[in-house]
Structures are given as structure tokens and as C-alpha cells.
Design a protein around this ligand. Structure first.
Ligand SMILES: N[C@@H](CCC(=O)N[C@@H](CS)C(=O)NCC(=O)O)C(=O)O
Length: 203
């Protein structure tokens, strides 16, 4: 297998997941700042033109970070991060999807439509007029989450899982691009610091 990697929160999720699982793979570095990912050589690898991508030994390609992480979890030896029973897996998928739809999508679309506009305006449709609203949507959902995680250390229960990696990695990205964690949300804030203190956060 081979991992196509770059800067940015999506590849960071996969690298953090791999670090937690003790998985090492050969990497090919792609420069997204100069849009190498939008040129023919990389589009021949991944027609969607984004990072990361995982090339399997049979030459087939996996994209989408949740899919890549689940595939690695199922195929690599060691203790799974995606749960050990159907119920555990369902809870982890529940919170992973919640984070993706409710926080990560509006946060990143808000970024692309404002601070990220110079980089993204010629790559995809971006909506500058919606930027503030998208960022506010993400913050609303984080405020709701703060009231939900009063009884547990991690999003899906007492174990650190893909749901935590997903959300904490993107909140760390948000801190760098003008969407910082609201420190008045004390449960969220403690959870975020707990996740970021893990060595895998810097993988
Ligand atoms: N839905 C994709 C999102 C991938 C994505 O947006 N990757 C970013 C890096 S964090 C990227 O390639 N940005 C450069 C670009 O879109 O040109 C996934 O789950 O992997």
C-alpha cells in the first residue's frame, strides 16, 4: 500500500489514525499549495484531485478519510480503533458522521470561502457570502456538543476513536485559520486538550 499525503487536516486525520494503530506506510508527498494535486499526473491517480488517497497493493484506490481509516482498521493487525462490537462500531460511526456533517463541513467551507479564498476560488465553487454563516453553524453545533459530553471522556464513550480524531484534528485546523475553540465551552475545551495531548496529534 502507498499513502498519497499532503499538508491539511484531511491527511492529518489519516496520519493520526495510523499513529494510534501503529501503522507505517510508504508516502508520496503532493504539494497542494501549488495545486500539484489539480494537475494531470495526480488526477490520473485520484480523479477527485484531493488528498489523502490510499493506493492498495492491487492498484485500486481508496479516498475519503473515514473510508481509508476504516479500511486500515479492518485489515491491519492490532487493537481496532473502530470498536469491537456492532454496537460500538455504530456509536463510533454515529459520532464520526455527526462531526463530519455538523462541524467539519461548515467549518471547512467557511474557511474556503474567506481566509482560504485565494487558494480555493479557482479550484471549486466557493460562497464568500455564506462564509460567516457557515462558521456560525459550526460553532452552534459545538456549543450543543459541549452539553452532551458531560459524562464521558470521548465522543463515543470512554475510548478514543476515529470520531475524536476527526473532530479534534479539524478543531486544531480551525485554531490556525481564525475559527478557534471557544474556551467558554469547558467540556469541549477539556476534551479537545485531551485529544491534542496525545502524541498521535503531531503525526
Ligand atoms: N472528502 C475528502 C476531502 C479531502 C480534502 O478536502 N483534502 C484537502 C487537504 S486537507 C485537499 O486536497 N485540498 C486541496 C484541494 O482541494 O485542491 C476526504 O474525506 O478525504
Amino acid at each position: 500500500m502507498k499513502l498519497y499525503n499532503s499538508i491539511g487536516p484531511n491527511p492529518q486525520v489519516v496520519r493520526t489514525f495510523m499513529a494510534e494503530r501503529g501503522i507505517e506506510l510508504p508516502r508520496v508527498e503532493i504539494d497542494i499549495m501549488t495545486a500539484v494535486n489539480r494537475q494531470a499526473d495526480y488526477l490520473n491517480v485520484n480523479p477527485a484531485g484531493q488528498l489523502p488517497a490510499l493506493e492498495l497493493d492491487d492498484g485500486s484506490l481508496l479516498t475519503e478519510i473515514t473510508v481509508i481509516c476504516e479500511y486500515l482498521d479492518e485489515t491491519q493487525p492490532g487493537k481496532p480503533l473502530m470498536g469491537e462490537t456492532p454496537e460500538e462500531r455504530a456509536q463510533i460511526r454515529r459520532w464520526t458522521r455527526w462531526a463530519d456533517l455538523n462541524v467539519i463541513e461548515p467549518m471547512t467551507n467557511g474557511f474556503r470561502a474567506s481566509e482560504g479564498l485565494p487558494m480555493f476560488k479557482d479550484r471549486m465553487r466557493v460562497l464568500p457570502e455564506a462564509a460567516d454563516g457557515l462558521k456560525a453553524c459550526a460553532q452552534d453545533k459545538l456549543a450543543w456538543l459541549d452539553g452532551q459530553i458531560t459524562d464521558r471522556d470521548y465522543l463515543a464513550g470512554d475510548r478514543f476513536t476515529l470520531a475524536d480524531i476527526m473532530l479534534s484534528t479539524f478543531l486544531a485546523f480551525g485554531e490556525q485559520v481564525g475559527q478557534p475553540v471557544n474556551r467558554e465551552l469547558t467540556n469541549l475545551s477539556a476534551w479537545f486538550d485531551r485529544c491534542q495531548a496525545r502524541p498521535s496529534a503531531k503525526a
